[in-house]
Write a protein that binds this ligand. Structure first.
Ligand code: NI
Length: 185
């Protein structure tokens, strides 16, 4: 099932999300729906608030980049109740976009390497180190679970420059190849 994607200005994107309980029903289906919604929008990551749910789950699929980066060929993962337990090394600048902020891309500084604890859809616990592009995407998605969006990192000047664009997005005045849920409609 493909969900409409919430966009900038929707209060759900500003919530600190809730941990998912082991009694939660339909976790696997939810993850698959999130993958489907993300693929339909040609994204590489999607967090639950982006489909209107304030829950601690996000999905990442980097397998489409596998042609250039063989290590990413099988990188298709759902992260449940993730915790970033360590951020390591240098911060790296890279341009980011977000399905909830269509048409806008900005440079964001993030750590190159993180250590994370999380469970998968079968409630198996994992502790893993991610580095490079996967670490970038994971930190972006993790932020969504904390109510943080990448434009929050922009300088005050940059924020003034993009203010109009963000306001247009909030009103649904933006063109996307996928269905969005407009906050003020
Ligand atoms: Ni995003």
């Amino acid at each position: 099932m493909i969900y409409p994607i919430t966009v900038y200005g929707d209060p759900v994107l500003r919530k600190v999300t809730t941990e998912i309980d082991q009694r939660f029903e339909g976790l696997e289906k939810l993850a698959e729906d999130m993958f489907e919604t993300m693929h339909n929008a040609e994204g590489v990551g999607l967090a639950a608030p982006q489909i209107g749910l304030a829950l601690r789950i996000f999905v990442v699929d980097l397998s489409a980049l596998g042609e250039d980066e063989p290590l990413l060929k099988d990188f298709r993962r759902a992260f449940i109740n993730p915790q970033i337990i360590e951020k390591v090394g240098e911060k790296v600048l890279m341009e980011e976009g977000c399905l909830s902020i269509p048409g806008l891309r900005e440079d964001v500084l993030r750590y190159d390497t993180i250590r994370m604890k999380f469970t998968d859809v079968n409630w198996q616990e994992h502790e893993e180190i991610f580095t490079g592009f996967p670490a970038r995407v994971i930190q972006h998605e993790y932020d969504h679970l904390e109510g943080v969006m990448f434009v929050d990192y922009c300088s005050p000047l940059k924020k003034r420059i993009i203010k109009g664009k963000l306001s247009d997005i909030t009103k649904g005045q933006v063109s996307t190849s996928y269905r969005i849920k407009v906050p003020r409609s």
